[in-house]
Design a protein around this ligand. Structure first.
Ligand code: AMP
Length: 189
């Protein structure tokens, strides 16, 4: 988790490569559907262009299908999901199903960790404006930040209340953030 521009995609990609597990970005999956003009892409595009969240059910279908693929068997890094409490509750249920009757919470190797990358707003806006993605214009950026505060930030309490939150200062050099994430998320430590 983390607001737009916090570095979620960058860090998720680096860690996925290091740990040889898939980096699953729901934003990237949606953008690919928009480019391919699939039914899902056509539905999602208007929300994305406005900086709104795409409806939960569409995201839950995408994630369910993706986590059932064989390469997701040994772990994954989800980037940009969950973004609402509904999605987080769904993810719990899905993990429970995927891990079988044993449940995932008792086994630290299967346990879920939620990372929050924290970065001040003025830094986020300048990072996003220099990135130049289609939804990175000033009006949409403002809306995405507002949507993040309203709908996604409550997940910080959701996960910290369950001792699943790893909070990291994302306003530092990329390498330092990666090093801290490696340390905090290592299943061997
Ligand atoms: P991202 O690449 O993660 O910044 O996502 C880009 C856009 O895709 C967001 O602004 C949303 O419109 C949409 N999106 C990505 N992930 C989700 C999600 N988990 N729930 C709802 N909308 C999403």
């Amino acid at each position: 988790m983390g607001p737009p521009g916090a570095g979620k995609g960058t860090q998720a990609q680096i860690l996925g490569a290091l740990w040889k597990i898939p980096h699953i970005s729901t934003g990237e999956i949606l953008r690919a559907c928009v480019v391919a003009k699939t039914a899902l892409g056509l539905k999602a595009q208007a929300y994305m262009d406005r900086g709104e969240l795409v409806p939960d059910q569409l995201l839950m279908d995408i994630v369910q299908e993706r986590l059932n693929e064989p390469d997701a068997n040994a772990g994954w890094i989800l980037d940009g999901f969950p973004r609402t409490v509904t999605q987080a509750t769904f993810l719990d249920k899905l993990l429970h199903e995927l891990s079988g009757a044993e449940g995932s919470t008792s086994n630290p190797k299967c346990g879920l960790k939620a990372v929050n990358l924290d970065v001040p707003d003025d830094i986020l806006v300048s990072r996003l404006l220099s990135r130049g993605r289609q939804d990175d214009n000033e009006e949409t950026i403002r809306r995405r930040l507002q949507v993040y505060r309203e709908q996604t930030e409550p997940l910080i309490d959701f996960y910290s209340g369950r001792q699943q939150l790893v909070a990291v200062d994302g306003d530092r050099a990329m390498e330092l953030v990666t090093a801290e994430l490696q340390q905090s998320l290592s299943i061997d430590s």
